[in-house]
Ligand binder design. Structure first.
Ligand SMILES: Nc1ncnc2c1ncn2[C@@H]1O[C@H](COP(=O)(O)OP(=O)(O)O)[C@@H](O)[C@H]1O
Ligand SMILES: [Mg+2]
Length: 323
């Protein structure tokens, strides 16, 4: 047995100053530029960013599919290049692209995959796990269908099953719900959330920010190969975005409120940071004799935060929002 060093090196995943440049015949692209962060065992971690931000490239660096130009990637302390086999065994990666060997059935595909990882030794336990995967991913009645006969959504389910067949402690999903139906999304998230509860680490990239907000305890945002935000989801929501207060008003807005307000006809929107500020706005309004109608208080969501960060607006520190 190799001795795994104690301390931070035991993170489920460590990206250390990872850079990647794709060199073409005419031009080259800096897809990742000095990306560093760790994901701890048991985390449900989200990697967000617009198209081309470098998410898939970062995930490929984990799989050893595309070697980083510089830096180091560790899985449970094992370098994905120098200690490839051990690192790879800890990972279950669901790739963004649907790639299959079209000659096998769903069950055969899973059996072959488990063979790669040498888990066929305990054949009975392995078959039971394959049955459980098929069941949980709604694939039981497709088990003997040829993979080339499956719809896109069904193929996506097989990819997920394939990634999980060797019971990897670290599960990595690259846009698993892109273009798939609501039913699969729900099935998939239920299952992945259960695996996370059972102790599996999850790294997810998604375009659906409401999914990331609901599922991920911590998030990193990538923009043009740089990490531009890294924090707990709750802290990102609290520290960046605001509570939005909306109402209709027939009288002029008191001068004290004008600085933070956006007025469109009768409709007034005021950015506030917390409940105390909401109360203070309403008190100022009342003191000036204003009578707000159709009052709504909306929490800014991850989409607002994402847009704010991607457009480079300065962050409010979490100190400013604690109340
Ligand atoms: N195999 C490749 N060859 C050349 N450029 C690539 C390759 N893969 C990705 N890129 C480029 O690297 C950047 C990051 O891409 P990618 O990692 O796929 O981003 P994301 O997954 O966030 O959409 C993009 O500019 C993309 O065009
Ligand atoms: Mg991608």
């Amino acid at each position: 047995m190799r001795c795994i060093p104690p301390g931070p090196a035991r993170s489920a995943i460590s990206f250390r100053s990872v850079s990647k440049r794709y060199s073409g015949s005419r031009d080259s692209v800096q897809a990742l530029d000095d990306v560093s962060f760790d994901i701890e065992p048991g985390e449900f971690f989200g990697l967000l960013g617009p198209n081309g931000a470098g998410k898939t490239t970062l995930i490929s660096s984990l799989a050893g599919l595309s070697q980083a130009s510089a830096g180091q990637v560790l899985v449970h302390g094992h370098d994905v290049v120098t200690d490839y086999a051990v690192a790879r065994r800890s990972l279950g990666i669901v790739p963004q692209e649907l790639v299959f060997d079209p000659f096998f059935t769903v069950r055969e595909t899973l059996q072959i995959q488990s063979g790669y990882f040498g888990v066929r030794n305990d054949r009975r336990a392995n078959d039971a796990w394959i049955d459980e995967l098929l069941e949980n991913l709604g694939l039981t009645d497709k088990a003997n269908a040829n993979t080339r006969q499956l719809s896109g959504g069904m193929k996506r389910r097989v990819l997920v099953a394939q990634a999980l067949v060797h019971r990897p402690p670290v599960i990595v999903l690259d846009e698993p719900t892109a273009g798939v139906d609501v039913e699969l999304r729900q099935t998939l998230w239920q299952f992945v959330a259960r695996l996370n509860k059972e102790g599996h680490t999850v790294l997810l990239t998604t375009h659906y920010l409401e999914e990331a907000e609901a599922l991920c305890g911590r998030l990193a945002m990538l923009k043009q190969g740089h990490v531009v935000a890294l924090d707990r989801t709750s802290a990102l929501l609290a520290g960046r975005a605001s509570t939005m207060l909306r109402f209709k008003l027939d009288t002029p807005l008191p001068p004290a409120l004008q600085a933070n307000a956006r007025v469109t006809g009768r409709i007034v929107q005021i950015k506030t940071r917390n409940a105390a500020e909401v109360e203070s706005v309403l008190a100022t309004l009342r003191a000036a004799g204003g009578q707000p109608e159709d009052l709504e208080i909306g929490r800014a969501d991850l989409e607002d935060v994402f847009l704010e960060i991607m457009h480079g607006e300065p962050a409010q520190t979490s100190r400013q929002v604690s109340a």
